[in-house]
Design a protein around this ligand. Structure first.
Ligand SMILES: Cc1cc2nc3c(=O)[nH]c(=O)nc-3n(C[C@H](O)[C@H](O)[C@H](O)COP(=O)(O)OP(=O)(O)OC[C@H]3O[C@@H](n4cnc5c(N)ncnc54)[C@H](O)[C@@H]3O)c2cc1C
Length: 305
């Protein structure tokens, strides 16, 4: 294991900065070691100051709602950014769309659109991340993805703010190609005037479908593996006999076997090793090599904060 470097210098910003900050409480899995630095810029201007002044040798990692992340037990070197709702959480409804700050939760954006009888963003109501994470992951559900509704996203970079459309962001299945050290600050999503009752009904339908099929109240990270071309990852995992499989306190969900669970006291290493075991069993059983959808970041090792 590479040791966590001694804390290095960090630019001064108006927002909050904390050394050796615990990250596990921010994550859906509730696992992972500390950040060398955790920075919460006050607003987009403060973020731009930080990015411009940051030593290019210092690693930079962005956390959204951490609903699609495993933070490894040895922690994350460099600067971890968390955009606070105050400064990055505003949601503005327009006649044919919504402008949402990166820290706004997807479900909140869906609710704002529904309250204004705007249709097309209902799919966001079932995704537990932030708008920044949704753009970075091209999040999608029930036949729609961010690429289908994105007008533009503003991205802070060390040289300033850029506004990019879906093509400029290279949105693909659960992927965006952000500029180097790019941080999404807000996005405009298209929507169309619709029938408020039908929109509310669609959102309720999505919520019910989630509750029925996914462990939505568990310590999880959403879909663990991408669906390989022509396959459903969960079906391959099930066929390989992995439903309910455990490693330490990490478990393959009985309810939806493309979800991993922290049943209490699991480490990031348990979760990652379980995922690798699932990959190996699926490869041996069906010849398909699964690829992680969950991002795994940081260093291996034991948690120190
Ligand atoms: C119960 C459950 C159900 C889920 N269902 C779905 C689903 O149906 N469809 C789906 O697509 N996903 C689903 N997910 C996964 C997850 O919610 C999405 O991928 C979501 O878009 C991630 O957003 P986040 O804010 O949590 O990002 P994080 O998990 O914090 O980060 C994910 C990636 O985005 C990057 N990122 C985050 N914010 C920014 C930013 N502001 N600028 C630049 N990069 C950023 C991070 O660096 C990281 O690489 C589910 C997860 C759970 C726990």
């Amino acid at each position: 294991m590479k040791p966590m470097p001694a804390t290095r210098a960090m630019p001064v910003i108006r927002g909050r900065v904390e050394a050796a900050a615990s990250l596990a409480p921010f994550t859906w899995f509730r696992v992972g070691g500390p950040a060398e630095w955790l920075a919460r810029p006050a607003d987009a201007e403060d973020l731009l100051t930080l990015l411009a002044a940051l030593d290019p040798a210092m690693e930079l990692t962005v956390l959204g709602a951490a609903s699609n992340l495993i933070i490894r037990d040895g922690g994350v070197p460099g600067v971890v950014l968390r955009l606070p709702a105050r400064g990055f959480g505003a949601v503005t409804v327009e006649a044919d769309g919504v402008i949402a700050g990166a820290a706004a939760l997807d479900a909140t954006v869906a609710e704002h659109a529904a309250a204004a009888a705007l249709a097309g963003l209902e799919f966001l109501s079932g995704i537990p991340g932030s708008i920044g994470g949704a753009v970075a992951m091209n999040a999608g559900a029930y036949g729609r993805e961010i690429v289908d509704v994105l007008d533009w996203a503003e991205v802070a970079t060390p040289t300033g703010l850029v506004r990019l459309d879906a093509a400029g962001l290279g949105l693909a299945y659960r992927h965006a190609s952000l500029p180097p050290r790019g941080v999404v600050t807000r996005a405009r999503l298209r929507a169309a005037p619709g029938d408020a009752t039908a929109i509310a009904a669609r959102m309720a339908e999505i919520r019910d479908a989630r509750e029925a099929t996914q462990p939505v109240r568990a310590r999880t990270g959403g879909s663990t593996f991408r669906n390989p071309e022509g396959h459903k990852a969960w079906a391959l995992i099930d066929a390989a006999g992995c439903r309910g499989l455990m490693r330490g306190a990490a478990q393959v969900s009985e309810k939806h076997c493309n979800f991993l669970l922290n049943t209490g006291g699991a480490t990031a290493a348990d979760l990652e090793a379980l995922g690798e075991e699932v990959r190996a069993r699926v490869l041996a059983h069906s010849g398909v090599d699964l690829h992680w959808e969950i991002k795994r970041i940081g260093q291996r090792g034991s948690a120190t904060a």
